[in-house]
Ligand binder design. Structure first.
Ligand code: B12
Length: 496
């Protein structure tokens, strides 16, 4: 059996990092982990090829070779998905579709032969059994959650490492919290399910043995969902694993209560984590209460962020505008909060309601749902009727985005961050090859940002400031300048 695994193209968005990746000559930020996991669940003797459309084209020869095309996607990739399905239909290649987009909206794709939805560990075995008996059904779905201790190691071998800036691995699924706008608990459950430390070490070993030395992103919904087991098993194992190795820094997604546990932060830093993404959402207490973001309530959010930064972790964060309790003053409050926090990568989106959330249910009941969400929560659109006048909300949103990603405020945030941040003592030595690539990226930044770009004076101002005041941070400072360039282009092109 010949199996073609197809990953659709991402549009140019905040998280695509398209305009930043060209500085490091990478095509895409990370590999399609879902498809590589599915590949490992298929019979070993089947032939498998991966076509990630973010790296290469899907050819007629690929489709002719394949007995089945397996497609995985998020809703943001829908445009590319429609094109792929058309190509498969024209060439007569049968499709098996799975992953978040199809699990949420399968009815929109009438020409797909088979849907294998939800977690493949649960649904794929039944499909394979029926296929073996020559009688596969149209749709496989399940409300059961997989035991991920039984998940196989993803088939990294199928991915062309040279194209990716980071590699994704997954330790847990699910989250103990219940934020109104988030669908994670519906999709993956309340009780975080974790892999064993041995599984993760095996996955890391295989990545390392295949030559990977750069970032590894733990794509957990909330990495600290089960703190006890993390402190007792995984983090000590990661600290041990790191000894004698070169490169590989980790980053992940956590909730703000990380700040309550200094021991946990220290273990994470010692294990090689250098960055975390946190859903902060808003500095407005009433809005936090409205969306049931209990873990963010009744605490000094700014102090928590600074504590994490001082401990050696860079903080990226997501923010939302458009809660029922937001007012005209929320916009400036949010700008002030983000500026003071030194959160350089701050993703600000409008409140949207994914179908499988408590928010969707509430707003449907109140007659305030307009449509399906766009899938990109940073494109200045929403599928809900906000309490605030929509034009006032959009104007406020654009103002916030334009302010935050103006070179002046962006650089100010970088400086605030550098003043707070204590770089971890764990040295993630990257080796000559990465050093050489960093130099090339630096030279490209000089040309594109320091000579050609209209905002070049800001590039040099930040460069000189860092050189004089924080010379040890020069590498990071240039990385931020490149991020700032990407965010500014995204704002100019999509949110104006
Ligand atoms: C890592 C991640 C990202 C990464 C990169 C992902 C990548 N390169 O593919 C980043 C940070 C870039 C990202 C960004 C976004 N993301 Co995201 N992301 C995730 C996250 C946290 C983990 C995904 C993952 O790798 N999981 C591990 C693998 C093993 O699981 P999986 O992919 O789901 O695959 C399993 C099943 O789905 C199934 N399966 C998957 N594919 C297939 C295919 C076949 C044929 C079969 C049979 C089965 C199958 O089997 C697998 C094993 O069980 C998920 C949440 C989650 N827990 O899944 C959100 C999630 C996928 N993201 C989501 C969204 C909305 C976004 C954004 C649009 C958000 C935004 N700010 O606008 C952006 C857009 C990206 C862009 N480039 O523009 C949504 C997608 C919703 C949807 N209905 O499509 C999710 C589900 C989060 C959520 N709470 O809703 N994301």
């Amino acid at each position: 059996m010949n199996i073609l695994l197809i990953y659709p193209e991402f549009p140019d968005t905040f998280w695509s990092f398209k305009h930043a990746l060209k500085f490091i000559k990478k095509k895409v930020s990370s590999q399609p982990l879902g498809l590589l996991t599915v590949a490992a669940l298929l019979p070993e003797e089947w032939n498998k090829r991966l076509v990630d459309l973010n790296c290469k084209k899907l050819t007629h020869e690929d489709l002719k070779w394949a007995d089945y095309a397996l497609i995985s996607a998020m809703n943001i990739q829908k445009k590319s998905v429609i094109e792929i399905i058309k190509q498969c239909n024209e060439s007569g290649t049968k499709i098996i579709a799975g992953g978040p987009l199809f699990t949420a909206e399968s009815e929109q794709f009438p020409t797909v032969e088979h849907f294998v939805l939800n977690e493949a560990e649960v649904t794929l075995p039944d499909f394979l059994k029926d296929l073996g008996q020559g009688n596969p059904k149209h749709c496989y779905t399940s409300g059961d959650f997989a035991d991920i201790q039984q998940s196989p190691r993803p088939l990294w071998e199928l991915a062309d490492f040279k194209s990716y800036a980071s590699m994704n691995i997954q330790y847990s699924r699910g989250c103990p919290f219940n934020c109104e706008f988030c669908n994670v608990t519906t999709l993956f459950g309340h009780r975080p399910r974790t892999k064993s430390a041995a599984q993760i070490i095996n996955e890391l070993d295989s990545l390392y043995n295949l030559g990977w030395r750069k970032n590894v992103f733990f794509v957990d919904d909330n990495f600290i969902g089960n703190k006890q087991i993390l402190k007792k098993e995984l983090l000590p194992a990661l600290i041990e694993w790191r000894k004698g190795k070169k490169g590989i820094s980790f980053f992940t997604e956590v909730s703000i209560n990380l700040a309550d546990d200094k021991e946990l932060i220290k273990l994470m830093v010692d294990a090689g984590f250098d960055m975390v993404f946190i859903g902060i959402e808003t500095p407005e207490e009433l809005s936090l209460a409205e969306c049931n973001k209990k873990q963010n309530l009744n605490r000094d959010l700014l102090g928590c962020v600074q504590l994490i930064q001082r401990s050696g972790l860079q903080v990226q964060a997501g923010f939302i505008l458009g809660f029922d309790n937001d007012t005209q003053s929320t916009f400036q409050r949010l700008i002030d909060f983000i500026q003071k926090s030194g959160i350089v990568t701050a993703m600000v989106g409008l409140l949207q309601a994914p179908t499988d959330t408590l928010l969707y249910k509430r707003l449907k009941h109140e007659g305030r749902i307009l449509d399906k969400m766009s899938g990109d929560n940073v494109d200045g659109t929403t599928n809900i009727v906000p309490v605030m006048d929509i034009n006032a909300l959009l104007a406020g949103y654009k103002h916030v985005i334009n302010q935050l990603y103006s070179p002046k405020l962006f650089n100010k945030r970088v400086k605030t961050f550098f003043k707070e941040y204590k770089a971890p003592k764990v040295k993630l030595k990257s080796g000559f090859n990465n050093f050489y690539k960093n130099i090339l990226a630096f030279l490209r930044s000089i040309y594109i940002l320091g000579i050609v770009d209209k905002e070049r004076t800001h590039y040099w101002k930040l460069f000189l400031w860092t050189l004089m005041r924080k010379p040890g941070m020069l590498n990071l400072s240039i990385t931020f300048a490149i991020y700032g360039f990407h965010f500014r282009l995204i704002c100019e092109r999509h949110i104006q």
